[in-house]
Design a protein around this ligand. Structure first.
Ligand code: B12
Length: 307
């Protein structure tokens, strides 16, 4: 065992390309945290076959940026206005909760998942983090294992259904009274049934004070146009697409929005099938958002500009 550990340490020290697991060892965080850094574009990585590779140079840069941001965080805390919730975001805490949720989900233990989530909520008091740092990475990991043939399709379907019901239970907690920043529509285009990440994002935006019209998956462009017409004080429309075959319908949806919406309504695209701002613009959108947090930031800056 010790021999194996030494071998992996030597490999970590000498190789120029590192795996998620190796980076996790170096940073002393869970590998799902590293995966999230990669997926949220914080840590550049290349996908080779089915695994991610991170260059040592990129890791060094990432470590340097984390060091400077943690110095900044410390100075905020000293001034008394630091947020515990922020400090916990993406930490080993959330990774540990994610591990527990993942294990219960794979077992199909719905009550167990609910118990773990409720304990996590009592412990972190951070709804946003439970959705974005626990449930979303867990779904992505289940997807990865499914793609690698490590999980049966029925297990993945069962997990999706459990998460869907869990969102139903938690959704009512995501309210912020007395704030109305305008309306945001979130939807997936016709043919696209991947709607869990849309539902999670919708709740998180509600907590930020947005009125969210969640239209779910598989919505024809003509129906989206009707929804846009009916919306009061519409600020943005976000179309999420997981499958590349849905890109044409994504473009149709965007053009339907453009035909009906006021000029200042912004169109965002998100999801696994969208990889760059350039691609987003080619589809007719204004902005690509790589994660729900990016959408929150983009909407914040729109409302600041408007005020
Ligand atoms: C769950 C799942 C399903 C469920 C969906 C349940 C539901 N109600 O949503 C079911 C079982 C229905 C399903 C069906 C299918 N699926 Co499926 N599915 C998945 C799986 C495992 C997870 C999707 C998910 O929720 N991920 C969680 C999100 C959070 O992870 P993420 O995408 O990495 O999210 C990051 C960003 O993309 C972004 N983001 C994602 N969504 C959004 C939304 C907003 C608003 C914002 C701001 C950001 C954002 O934020 C995250 C980073 O912080 C993925 C595998 C995977 N790797 O994701 C396959 C996957 C998406 N499915 C796939 C396929 C092919 C299918 C099927 C065709 C399978 C089949 N043969 O029947 C059908 C198609 C159904 C259809 N017509 O849409 C492929 C798509 C390949 C492609 N690129 O074209 C994938 C990638 C799996 C694979 N590699 O084969 N699927």
């Amino acid at each position: 065992m010790q021999h194996l550990r030494r071998f992996s340490t030597i490999k970590v020290l000498t190789s120029n390309k590192l795996t998620l697991q190796e980076v996790a060892e170096i940073l002393n965080v869970h590998y799902m945290t590293v995966y999230r850094y990669v997926r949220e574009g914080m840590l550049p990585a290349e996908q080779v076959s089915r695994s991610w590779q991170i260059s040592r140079a990129d890791l060094k840069e990432f470590q340097a940026s984390r060091l400077s941001s943690s110095k900044n965080n410390k100075s905020v805390s000293k001034s008394g206005s630091g947020s515990d919730k922020k400090a916990r975001h993406g930490s080993r805490d959330t990774a540990a909760w994610a591990d527990r949720v993942l294990a219960r989900l794979i077992e199909g233990d719905e009550a167990g998942v609910s118990n773990v989530i409720n304990s996590a909520l009592r412990s972190t008091h951070n709804l946003q983090s439970i959705y974005l740092d626990v449930l979303m990475p867990v779904l992505a990991t289940i997807g990865e294992r499914w793609e690698q043939g490590k999980l049966d399709i029925y297990v993945e379907h069962r997990a999706s259904e459990i998460v869907s019901r869990l969102i139903g239970q938690l959704s009512s907690k995501f309210t912020r009274r007395g704030v109305d920043r305008g309306t945001v529509i979130i939807v997936a285009p016709e043919g696209e049934q991947h709607s869990l990440s849309i539902a999670l994002t919708a709740d998180v935006l509600r907590l930020e004070g947005w009125k969210v019209m969640n239209l779910g998956g598989n919505l024809p462009a003509s129906e989206l146009a009707k929804a846009v017409k009916s919306a009061q004080n519409l600020v943005g429309v976000c179309i999420a697409t997981a499958m590349s075959v849905s890109l044409r319908e994504t473009a149709n949806s965007i053009s339907a929005v453009r035909n009906i919406a006021a000029f200042n309504v912004k169109c965002f695209v998100a999801g696994l099938a969208i990889k760059s701002q350039d691609q987003a613009q080619k589809l007719g959108a204004d902005f690509w958002v790589a994660s729900p947090r990016e959408l929150i930031v983009a909407l914040d800056s729109l409302s600041k500009k408007a005020n």
